[in-house]
Design a protein around this ligand. Structure first.
Ligand SMILES: [Zn+2]
Ligand SMILES: [Zn+2]
Length: 261
């Protein structure tokens, strides 16, 4: 399997996943032009994308799903709740390309088996995904205010995880966001902190996790070096060595390296 974070962060998200034959995007929260550019920088043609799967209706995840679906005739998959949320956002996907899944169920797109799981977030029906191809499994979990048992269960036995590491509590406290935004980010239906990401990773290493990319970093209340350091600190505190896992940080501005699983 291949994975690339095209763009990841509170300003816009789009992730690329490839199986033996199938190529999909998880979210398209930047402009269509940026998605096309990001893909071509890793030698993928937008016309070869088989589907877009959507985590939830926030604009940093759906900005160009309508344009991409229409222009390149790409099927879009989302839960019923998320579709309702998307319509409230006045974003339109042509009916022929609208597909539904129920959060918790597994769907198949080409040679990818995709299992969605609920996340605790202030959206209608938000979810993360575990994606399998042959015996390999990778998972994506962003936009979650707390790490629940359900999410952990779904992330277990992943070889690779793109995990939210949104904010540092101290930087959040001191940053320029209004109080209401700070409360939302740190709340149980908001986002995951660096420390919580680190604790999650230390649990998952026991279940075969070998490669992690931290993603969806907040613009004002985090920065890549801090997210990385905080996670390493958590791992060391749990008695692990830094080298036990490959750890990277996804950029909000440019595609990551392509991870081969
Ligand atoms: Zn969100
Ligand atoms: Zn988001």
């Amino acid at each position: 399997m291949k994975f690339c974070s095209l763009y990841s962060g509170s300003t816009g998200n789009s992730l690329f996943v490839q199986g033996n034959e199938t190529k999909i995007l998880v979210d398209a929260g930047v402009s269509a032009k940026k998605v096309v550019e990001g893909l071509s920088s890793i030698d993928v043609d937008i016309n070869d994308i088989n589907a877009i799967i959507v985590t939830h209706e926030h604009i940093d995840h759906i900005r160009s799903i309508g344009t991409l679906a229409k222009k390149y005739n790409i099927p879009v998959y989302a839960s019923l709740g998320t579709w309702n949320g998307i319509e409230n956002e006045k974003s339109v996907v042509n009916i022929e390309n609208k597909n539904y899944f129920k959060v918790g169920e597994e769907i198949e797109i080409g040679d990818l088996k995709i299992k969605s799981f609920s996340t605790s977030h202030d959206a209608m029906d938000s979810c993360g995904f575990s994606i399998k191809n042959d015996d390999k499994k990778i998972s994506i979990a962003t936009d979650l205010g707390e790490m629940t048992k359900e999410v952990i269960e779904n992330l277990k036995s992943s070889k690779f995880v793109l995990l939210e590491s949104n904010y540092d509590p101290e930087v959040l406290r001191c940053c320029s966001y209004p109080y209401s935004v700070k409360t939302r980010i740190a709340g149980i239906r908001g986002h995951l902190s660096n420390n919580e990401a680190g604790k999650t990773i230390s649990q998952l290493i026991k279940y075969g996790l070998g490669n992690v990319m931290l993603g969806h970093l907040s613009k004002e209340s985090n920065f890549p070096e801090l997210a990385y350091k905080s996670v390493v600190n958590e791992l060391v505190q749990s008695g692990m060595k830094e080298k036990e896992i490959e750890l990277g940080v996804a950029s909000r501005f440019e595609p990551s390296k392509v991870v081969n699983i």
